[in-house]
Design a protein around this ligand. Structure first.
Ligand code: NAD
Length: 497
């Protein structure tokens, strides 16, 4: 018998019997299989959705008091915080991201449970200024059974952002984590059960996107689909969701500009660029993948940037000193290589990096790469999702703003780095992106709405907006003084609406 663990679906409060087909989960840093997961079939998906609908209708969660939802989610936060070290190791193993990044990221994940627990507890409805002796209350109800389709790059963080908001609002949740890195999410079922979540309210199912994910999103019984992934996945799901009248939130790709102005000293500008660009080996939706550098600091910036990028320590992700970990798989290495080749054909100059790498002969790595290029080049407009960064020399503030806004279809994150206070406000106001950071990048908080414009998505994660997007608004109009007289023989000043 194999000693590779199999982690089966979490359904109705237990790990189900394994599916006959299994999918291997691979550690991208050494190519070893670390676990297998289910490949959930269409019949099984349909059965789980049907059971989830009954749990929503008959189960206690949708009707639970806000105080009860608060208690369960806050306890889950406490349990998760106590187990963070275990999750850091697992997340590093399944994503290949450096352990020092996973320590910083995972330490904050319980905050999403705490925040949405608190929102559920303090959320107040409204009473509108309705004319006449009428009271109009607005209340928010859970939607029903919601599907959450999550990516591999921040497996637990992204899943918990969505799960916490949906549960706080009283929904039944079916999560389909990425088949490439599902293991931390699959552990959330037991943890939430221990916190007091009733069985069947959180279902976690595994499988390939084109099969299990597709089967799930095709269900007309869903009340919402919340996707974080690529634009092609959105385009595969959105038409059927539209036909079924299932609303969608979509957190998609990005091509974040990092706008670097001459009031910065060069060292500060380089630190900003390294931070924005190379976290997660460039595999985040807000990777600062276009450095828009003002001509007045360009030469000095490039000199220091080249030196610092060459010094980045690529290595074993479990080593605390490693700064650049693996990319997710072989296909990702190949995609990075193809981007570098096209960039050279487009007239770009590879300043450093540009090649696949291994650690002790193993794994899927790519050298941190910077490419000097023009704003219209493929590498400067399209999402690489790897450690390949385009640098563009810009003549003026206006040119930086124009390139930031016009040369890509994405508009998720952007950062503006300057010591000129007026310029900071001026540029931030003109940049078209769902999130603009001034003298920062990657900053994220459960209270701060997160989501893009244009092809970066629709809707928001985080904040009251995310909570509300998991509810439906009900208007109750209570008449305490108008008799219906419209069809009386003598009607005078009667009101019908
Ligand atoms: P992906 O689109 O390949 O997969 C995302 C999820 O969708 C996975 O669970 C996958 O199994 C599933 N899926 C794939 N095809 C499907 C289909 N036809 N029907 C239903 N489900 C399907 O994306 P990925 O490679 O896991 O993640 C990288 C992408 O996600 C990048 O484009 C990145 O920018 C984006 N992303 C966005 C954000 C954000 O907040 N905007 C955050 C992280 C990642």
């Amino acid at each position: 018998m194999s000693d590779i663990p199999h982690i089966s679906n979490w359904v109705d409060g237990v790990h189900e019997a394994s599916s006959s087909e299994k999918i291997s989960v691979v550690n991208p840093a050494n190519g070893q299989i670390i676990a297998t997961i289910d490949a959930t079939t269409q019949d099984n998906v349909n059965d789980i959705v049907r059971k989830s609908v009954s749990t929503f209708k008959d189960g206690p969660w949708a009707r639970a008091d806000a105080s009860e939802r608060y208690a369960v989610l806050s306890k889950a936060a406490t349990l998760l915080r106590a187990r963070i070290p275990e999750f850091i190791e697992l997340e590093t193993r399944q994503t290949g991201r450096p352990i020092r990044e996973m320590r910083a990221q995972l330490a904050r994940v319980p905050e999403w449970l705490e925040y949405f627990a608190s929102v559920a507890r303090v959320y107040e409805g409204r009473v509108t200024p309705f004319k006449g002796p009428v009271i109009n209350t607005l209340t928010r109800l859970p939607l029903g059974v919601v599907a959450q389709i999550t990516p591999w790059n921040h497996p637990l963080l992204i899943a918990m952002k969505k799960i916490a908001a949906a549960l706080a609002a009283g929904n039944v949740v079916i999560v389909k984590p990425s088949e490439l890195a599902p293991l931390s999410v699959l552990k959330m079922g037991e943890l939430l059960k221990e916190a007091g979540l009733p069985d069947g309210v959180l279902q976690i199912i595994s499988g390939y996107g084109r099969e299990t994910g597709k089967f799930l999103c095709e269900s007309p019984l869903l009340a919402k689909i919340d996707l974080t992934g690529g634009i092609l996945t959105y385009r595969a799901i959105a038409p059927i969701a539209a036909l079924n009248m299932v609303p969608m939130t979509a957190e998609l790709g990005g091509k974040a500009p990092v706008c670097l102005f001459p009031s910065l000293d060069v060292e500060q500008a380089v630190k900003a660029a390294l931070f924005a660009s190379f976290i997660a080996s460039g595999q985040t939706c807000v990777t600062g993948s276009r450095l828009l550098v003002h001509k007045d600091i360009y030469t000095d910036f490039m000199q220091l940037m080249e030196r610092r990028v060459k010094e980045l320590r690529l290595g074993d992700p479990q080593d605390s000193r490693t700064q650049i970990g693996a990319v997710i798989n072989k296909a990702s290495v190949e995609r990075c290589s193809a981007f570098v080749e096209r960039a050279s054909n487009d007239g770009g100059k590879v300043i450093c990096g540009g090649k696949p790498a291994t650690v002790e002969g193993k794994g899927f790595f790519f050298e941190p790469t910077i490419i000097e290029t023009n704003a219209g080049a493929d590498v400067a407009c399209n999402e690489v999702f790897g450690p390949i960064i385009a640098v563009i020399k810009c003549e003026s503030e206006d040119e930086i703003i124009r390139i930031a806004n016009d040369d890509t279809a994405y508009a998720l994150g952007a950062s503006v780095w300057t010591n000129d206070f007026n310029q900071a406000h001026r540029v931030a106001a003109k940049i078209e992106a769902g999130i603009v950071w001034v003298n920062g990048h990657h900053l994220n908080d459960p209270s701060s709405p997160w989501g893009g414009f244009k092809e970066s998505g629709v809707g928001k994660e985080n904040g009251q907006e995310a909570f509300e997007s998991y509810t439906k608004l009900k208007s109750t109009v209570i008449n305490y003084g108008i008799q219906p007289t419209w069809f009386d023989p003598e009607t005078l000043n009667a009101r019908y609406g």
